[in-house]
Design a protein around this ligand. Sequence first.
Ligand SMILES: C[S@@+](CC[C@H](N)C(=O)[O-])C[C@H]1O[C@@H](n2cnc3c(N)ncnc32)[C@H](O)[C@@H]1O
Length: 540
Amino acid sequence: MLKQVISRQTLHSRLCVTLYTTYIITQIRSRSSTFDSVPLPTLSGQQPSTKTPKGLKGKKNENPNKISRPPCQPVLDRFDEQYGRELGHVWPSARSVLLDPDSWQYGVMLNRFATLNDITNLLQSKGFSSFLPQTHSPILPKTCSPAITLPKQQGRGEDAAETQSKTVSTVTPDAHGTVQNPQAILGASPRRPLTDTLAISSSSHLSNFTSSFLSSSSLPSSSSLLSSCPSSNISSCPTISSPPSSTFSSSATTSSSLSLSPSSSLSAPSSTSTSPSSSLPISSPSPSLLQCFLHPQPVRFPSQVHWRGVLKQYYLLNAASLLPVLALQLIDGEKVLDLCSAPGGKALAIMQTANPALLCCNESDPHRKEWLVQTLESFLPWSLSKRVILSNQDGRVFGLSEAGMYDKVLVDAPCSNDRSWLYSSNRQQGELRLKERASLPELQVQLLRSALSAVRPGGVVVYSTCTLSTDENAEVVGAVLESCPEAVLDDLWEELAVPLWAHFTFIQPHLHGGRCGLLVVPTPGRTWGPMYLCRIRRRG
Ligand SMILES: C[S@@+](CC[C@H](N)C(=O)[O-])C[C@H]1O[C@@H](n2cnc3c(N)ncnc32)[C@H](O)[C@@H]1O
C-alpha cells in the first residue's frame, strides 16, 4: 500500500518537474529576444520600486514593469552633491547608469538543489556565462534529500555550470583606488539594452515545507541549538544601547527566535578558522559551488513562478550582491548568521556556496520575514530545514543573546538603497527618506557591533550595504573599529577586486589613510552595484 502511494507520488512529482521545465523552456525560447522587464532585483533589500514581476505572464514586446517614472529630484540633487564630492570623476559614470534603468544588468544565480541541465544549456546558448570558478565538490551535503516532493534528484548542478577562471596579470588602481577600464569609465561603445530589469517573483503560496515547520511551536530556538558553543562576548564592544527608532525596523522589540526545524541532526560546530585572504589565489576567488551567469548586455532572463513541490532553478539578482557572500569565505560545517536576512537573496547565496552546519536567518520586520520564508521555501529542499533556521530578533541585541556562537556573520545592513531611493514613488517619499537617512549610521554601527559580539574569536563578520554613501560605509566601519580593539579589518582587494575586475568597477574607500573595504560602483557596461563590503576579523 505504502509502495503504491510512494510510486504514485513519484510519478506525480516527475510529471510536475517535466511539465514545469518544458513550460519554462518553451516560454524562454519563444521570448528570447523580448524578455520582460521588471524592477531591480531584491537583493538590495528594499521592495522593488515598481510592481511585482509578471515574469512569463507578460505579453510579448511589452515591458509591464518597466520603471517609467522620472527619478526623484530631491534624491538626485542630494546624490549629486554628496557623491560628486565623495566619488569625484567616477560619479558622472555611476549617475548615468542609475538614471538609465534600461542599462541595468541582472545575474542568474543557479539553485544547486534543483534540476538544472536545461536551464544551464539555455543560458549558455543565449550568451550567458558563469563568472565564478566552480569547485567539483558534491552538490548536496550527505544529509540532504532532494526537493520536497521530488523522488529523485535529476541532473544536478555538477554537470551543469561551466567553470570559468579569470586571470588578471596586472591591475593598477588610480588615485581613487579605481581599476580603470577605459571602455566602461569613458562609456565607450555602451551596449544597447535589449530590455531592462527583473525581480524575483514572490510567491504568495506556501508549501508544506514552510507551513509544517512554522507550526512546530515546540521546537528549540536558535539559541538552544547553539548552546554547546562558547559564549564569550567582546567586552570592549558595547553591543546594546537604547535602540533609536528606525524607519527600517518596524518590529524592533521582537526577540524570540523562530526555529524552522528540530536540532537533532545538526552537525558539530566547526572550530576551523577561516583561511586568511593571503592564502587565496590572486587570479580568481576561491572555487565555490555557487554559480551565477552573467550576460555582457542588459538581457534579462524571465523570473520563475513558484510551483508547489518544485524548487525554483534560479534567482535573479544584482551580481554585486554575491560579493559579500564570497567575502565570508564559507567552508562546510560552519555556523553562519545572516543578521538582516529578508528577502533572503544572500541567505540563498550562502546555501549555494557551502554546506553550513547551521544558517540562522534573522529578520526583525515581521512582514519582510514572511517574504524571507517564501524565498527559502521556494529554493531549498526540506532536508535543509534542519540546518536553516529563522529568527526574528532585533539585530542590535542579537549579539548579546547568542554571543560568540557563530563562525561567520553577515550584516547586510538596512541602508539608503541608492537605486530604489532614486525612484521613490513621489517627491514626499524621497524627502522623507532623505530626512530619515541621518539615523541610519547609528543603526548600522549597532548592528555591526552586535555581529562582532555574535561571532566567535577568530571568526569573521562581513558588513555590506547597497549605497555609495561614505557615512553608511567606511565611516560606520571606522566607528566600530575604534571601539572594538578585538576587531581587525581584512583587505579584500587582491582576494576579490583583482580577480573580478573584468566584471565590476571597484573603488577602494579609504579611512584615516588606510584601505577600508570595497565599493562596487555601477559604470556603463558593468552596471553592478552600488555595493559596499568589508570584512572584519575578530582576534582569536
Ligand atoms: C538590505 S536588507 C537585507 C537584504 C538581504 N540580506 C538579502 O540579501 O536579501 C536589510 C534588512 O534588514 C532588516 N532590518 C532593519 N533593521 C533591523 C534590525 N534592527 N535587526 C534586524 N534586521 C533589521 C530590514 O527589514 C531589511 O529586511
